[in-house]
Design a protein around this ligand. Structure first.
Ligand SMILES: Nc1ncnc2c1ncn2[C@@H]1O[C@H](COP(=O)(O)OP(=O)(O)OP(=O)(O)O)[C@@H](O)[C@H]1O
Ligand SMILES: [Mg+2]
Length: 250
């Protein structure tokens, strides 16, 4: 049954409604409306400084919006912290991976798994092994996080998110800084998330990687959404070509 809460975004959607974000005098997001089905795969592109990370951080709960609200499955979560949203199934990976240094890969993922609600110790352990194995990290389980290279840190970031048992994962440039073949490995992992019907919002500059997964693309520029829809149509939208692709067609 459709949950028609105020605003009518419904019980099966994740939405940011009229989102604004200011840092002092600097306005970074202005009246952004974002909405997706819980099992949708949406990409976000846009030039540096467009506000993509700020939008993801606001949707995920790291930042409180200066205006607007965030709804998850018909519930207003605007006042909830990132940790509280995580317990409701919304989790974010960071553009710069933030593992706990001094802890092993296993300990990092297990800590995230233990954070999920109403779990026995065995469930947290199983979820840890599942996340490590899906991200190709079983062989690195005993390695301390600070000894990992960039690809493995990105994998660990994804494994930690996955271990929380999310309905939606917000991915911030998980492929950034990787070689083509490394990014391709991450795509295969993300394909498995899609098979599990986990919803994805994925910011990525490597567009040909992104387009292997997402069925909808949003382009942001200067704190606003300038295009939203079919990925190919968005990439050839004249405003996107001007703002993001520097005038050259995709
Ligand atoms: N915590 C903050 N305090 C002040 N300004 C900030 C903060 N976070 C971001 N900004 C500013 O907000 C704007 C948007 O930054 P944001 O990181 O969201 O962009 P982005 O689209 O993710 O860029 P990139 O592609 O480089 O990652 C930038 O001008 C940035 O300097
Ligand atoms: Mg960013």
């Amino acid at each position: 049954m459709l949950n028609t809460t105020e605003g009518g975004t419904g019980g099966s959607r994740f939405s940011g409604i009229g989102i604004g974000k200011r840092f002092g005098a600097l306005s970074v997001l202005e009246d952004v409306d974002f909405s997706m089905g819980l099992d949708e795969a949406v990409g976000i592109v846009g030039p540096n400084g467009a506000g993509k990370t700020t939008l993801l951080a606001t949707l995920g709960g790291a930042f409180a919006p200066s205006a607007g609200r965030v709804e998850l499955a018909g519930r207003d979560v605007t006042a909830l912290s990132a940790a509280e949203r995580c317990r409701l199934g919304l989790v974010r990976t960071h553009q710069v991976p933030k593992p706990f240094l001094g802890m092993t890969t296993f300990e990092n993922v297990h800590l995230a798994a233990a954070h999920a609600p109403a779990q026995s110790r065995n469930e947290a352990y199983d979820r840890t092994i599942d996340a490590l194995s899906l991200c190709g990290m079983i062989g690195l389980a005993n390695r301390r996080a600070e000894t990992l290279g960039l690809l493995d840190r990105k994998r660990l970031e994804l494994a930690r998110a996955l271990a929380t048992g999310p309905r939606i994962i917000l991915l911030d440039e998980i492929g950034g800084g990787l070689t083509d073949s490394e990014a391709q490995e991450l795509v295969e992992t993300i394909r498995e998330l899609r098979r599990r019907q986990i919803g994805i919002v994925w910011i990525e500059h490597i567009v040909h990687v992104l387009l292997q997964i997402v069925t909808r693309l949003i382009c942001m520029d200067a704190g606003r959404i300038i295009a939203d829809g079919d990925p190919q149509a968005v990439m050839s939208d004249p405003e996107v070509v001007r703002a993001y692709l520097g005038g050259a067609p995709a």
